[in-house]
Structure formats: structure tokens, C-alpha cells
Ligand binder design. Structure first.
Ligand SMILES: [Zn+2]
Ligand SMILES: [Zn+2]
Length: 139
């Protein structure tokens, strides 16, 4: 089961949630459901989609079981993003997803535990958020 942290925009009161872990609907990935990975990649604007499609044509591709939703940070503007993190293996090659920031185009990398970050409201553009202290289970 996954966990989520909810942030609320101080200006327009809309929520932004960052999900961590694996939800019920993600269990299909365990059967190496690669079609689902491509769909997910489109949804999350995967940058190395061509590379992923090529990789999936290799022999004996398998998904490491440490896949999960995770928080990513933009290396340029420090905005937080929620993306799917995983590793594919085929013989001695690996594939990991690469994502870009939809605010500034900067590269994303996984967020360190206590790292500071910015949240930008997708509705009103405000960067003032309040953290809802409760963690929730999702799915
Ligand atoms: Zn807002
Ligand atoms: Zn950015």
C-alpha cells in the first residue's frame, strides 16, 4: 500500500498530493506488464520514451520489484513532482526513466528525504502551501 502527503494551496485551497509507494492498481506491473509501463510513461511525460520502447524489444526484460511512486525534484527550479520510479533489466543492461520539469524544462531527480523543495499550484500559480500533517493510505 502506498502513502500520500497532501499539501493545500494557501491561496486557492486546492490540494496537491504526492504519492509514495505502490498502490493497488500498480500490482499489474509484477507480471512484467510492459504495455502498462508505456501508458504510464505517456501519462508522466517520460523523456526517454524511445529508449524505453527499444529496451522492451530486448530479450528477457524484467522489472525489478522495487518500483514505486516517488517524489522527484527539479534540478533547476526545485519544484516537486510525483513520478513512477523503476528499473528494467535485460542481460547486462538497465533502463531507468528520465523525466523533465513541466514548469521550467529542467531535469528531475529523486528527492532526498529532508530536502527542501518548492510547490507550485497548477491552478493559481501560487507557491505558498500548507502541509496537511495527516498521511493517508491510497487505493
Ligand atoms: Zn492555488
Ligand atoms: Zn523546474
Amino acid at each position: 500500500m502506498g502513502m500520500g502527503v497532501i499539501y493545500i494551496c494557501k491561496k486557492c485551497k486546492r490540494e496537491k498530493e504526492i504519492l509514495y509507494g505502490v498502490g493497488f492498481f500498480d500490482f499489474g506491473y509484477q507480471d512484467n506488464n510492459f504495455k502498462k509501463l508505456i501508458e504510464k510513461g505517456r501519462e508522466e511525460q517520460l523523456q526517454n520514451m524511445n529508449q524505453l520502447q527499444k529496451f522492451l524489444k530486448l530479450e528477457n526484460v524484467s522489472l525489478k520489484d522495487n518500483y514505486k511512486h516517488d517524489a522527484y525534484i527539479c534540478t533547476k527550479c526545485k519544484n516537486i513532482h510525483n513520478k513512477f520510479r523503476y528499473t528494467l533489466i535485460a542481460k547486462n543492461k538497465i533502463f531507468t526513466p528520465k523525466y523533465k520539469c513541466n514548469y521550467c524544462g529542467g531535469e528531475l531527480r529523486t528527492k532526498k528525504e529532508h530536502e527542501n523543495f518548492t510547490i507550485t499550484c497548477d491552478w493559481c500559480g501560487s507557491i505558498k502551501f500548507e502541509k496537511e500533517s495527516t498521511l493517508m493510505m491510497w487505493d
